[in-house]
Design a protein around this ligand. Structure first.
Ligand code: GLU
Length: 473
């Protein structure tokens, strides 16, 4: 495949791997095994659309089987091609390793533009794609577990589960064959917001280190920092909302495919989404200015730039114009390897995709665990904890002779619900993983950027899995 067809995405992933690999101390043969995509399934299937038949091109790539099942989303886009799906599957392997999700990496892609199909037609395509996966043993709770990605959501995941059940209805753990399902279809609370929430936790962690912030000329913490977001899909939207509401971040610009808007005073993301629903566009949002071109957002002066759309957005041709101090890669692969060299020379901090957007797969892992345990998180302990806390408060009241107010009592005695546990697990994951990456960078003098440090951390974890098999020296 030519570089122009996919913008060299796979090549960028490969170059980033090669840059970090020498710092791992792993055997050359082992590194070659980790780097390779294990299984690439390219398929073509006919779907009747109206009175015609369309031959749909689709893929599922399993990059690494060092842990099972393999895991990764399914993308619906006209731009899908084999190399893109291979690059995305590869990133999933490292992503899972970084956040200690015990899966190998995978990704799927269907080369369609969802806007051109009715809901019924999309359902037909999704069901047929799932059938192809079942036929080749490319899906199952212990084999390969898809999830949403660009162009898909919980609706598609429900269709996938239903198709799977049609063929494998007797399988006790069948619900774990796909994640990102609607909550009432064996999904989990907090999955939809998970990637965006994880992006916020990751940014907050990065901004909590005084010396790192000082190097960028920034203060500690997220409060008052300016942010520009490219892409107001599920990831960009939740990153914006949560950064605004929980981190005190000021969103000064947003880009979508119809254009970009800017306001020095900050944009209210909730109101902006309502405006887009009403008018069909983010443009002409009251109090904001329309920008000349949507790509101008990447060159805007701001503290944090969040590319939350697609790969290859910051390239050699525009990298030197980027003025942000921190780039949080909410999308997969938004910066090419060439561009990265330029950005790092400029002293920009890049928080890499394989860490910062790993919140989605982390909560997918929680959903899968929920499916295998056949029980909602919190069901066993919520009431027990509530009663224990209530007794504790009563004891303190008796000992002090003071009474706790009703609001405070509710807060102190609440047992955790599923959503509380999911958020807490996600927060813990993002904090611990950032710590691992940062301390890898501190420990290895020759590793000077977060992406290389993330790679080193991931490769060492995967390498030790292989080493314990005794295949490699
Ligand atoms: N598509 C998401 C990603 O790129 C989520 C994958 C998953 O939940 O398995 O990380």
């Amino acid at each position: 495949m030519s570089k122009s067809a996919n913008g060299g995405f796979l090549e960028s992933v490969s170059r980033n791997f090669d840059k970090a690999a020498p710092h791992t101390g792993l055997h050359k043969g082992l590194l070659a095994q980790i780097k390779a995509c294990n299984s690439v399934y390219q398929m073509r299937f006919p779907v009747r659309i109206g009175s015609e038949y369309q031959v749909i091109e689709a893929y599922r790539v399993q990059h690494s089987h060092h842990r099972l099942p393999t895991k990764g989303g399914i993308r619906y886009s006209q731009k899908v091609n084999q190399e893109e799906v291979m690059a995305l599957a590869t990133l999933m392997t490292y992503k899972c390793a970084i956040v200690d999700v015990p899966f190998g990496g995978a990704k799927g892609g269907v080369k369609i533009s969802p806007r051109e199909y009715t809901t019924a037609q999309l359902q037909k395509i999704t069901r047929r794609y799932t059938t192809e996966l079942i036929r080749k043993n490319f899906i199952g709770p212990g084999i390969d577990v898809p999830a949403p990605d660009y162009g898909t959501g919980s609706r598609e995941m429900a269709w996938i589960l239903d198709t799977y059940l049609t063929f494998k209805g007797g399988e006790i753990d069948a619900a774990g064959c796909v994640t990102g399902k609607p909550v009432n279809q064996s999904g989990i609370r907090g999955r939809t917001e998970a990637t965006g929430r994880g992006v916020f936790y990751g940014i907050r962690e990065a901004c909590s280190h005084k010396d790192d912030m000082a190097k960028l000329g920034l203060t500690v913490g997220t409060e008052g920092k300016t942010m520009a977001i490219q892409g107001l899909g599920n990831v960009g939207y939740h990153t914006g909302i949560i950064s605004q509401e929980e981190g005190g971040v000021k969103i000064i610009a947003v880009a979508e495919y119809e254009g970009a808007i800017y306001s020095e005073d900050g944009l209210d993301i909730k109101k902006l989404l309502a405006h887009r629903k009403k008018t069909g566009s983010i443009l002409d949002f009251p109090g904001a200015k329309n920008m000349k071109q949507r790509k101008d957002i990447l060159e805007l002066k701001c503290d944090i730039l969040v590319p939350a759309a697609l790969e290859n957005q910051i390239r050699k041709d525009n990298a030197s114009k980027v003025k942000a101090k921190i780039i949080a890669e909410a999308a997969n692969g938004p910066i090419t390897a060439d561009a990265e060299e330029v950005l790092l020379k400029k002293g920009i901090m890049i928080i890499p995709d394989m860490y910062i957007n790993a919140g989605g797969v982390t909560v997918s892992y929680f959903e899968w665990l929920k499916n295998l345990s056949h029980m909602r998180f919190g069901r066993m302990e919520k009431r027990f904890n509530h009663n224990t806390y209530r007794n504790l408060v009563a004891l303190v009241e008796r000992m002090t002779g003071k009474t706790v107010g009703a609001k405070e009592r509710d807060f102190l005695t609440r047992g955790a619900d599923e959503i509380d546990l999911v958020r807490s697990g996600l927060e813990e994951t993002m904090i611990t993983s950032y710590d691992q990456i940062r301390s890898t960078m501190k420990r290895k003098k020759a590793v000077t950027d977060l992406r290389s440090a993330a790679f080193v951390s991931a490769l060492n974890k995967i390498g030790s899995d292989y080493e314990s098999l005794g295949i490699f020296p």
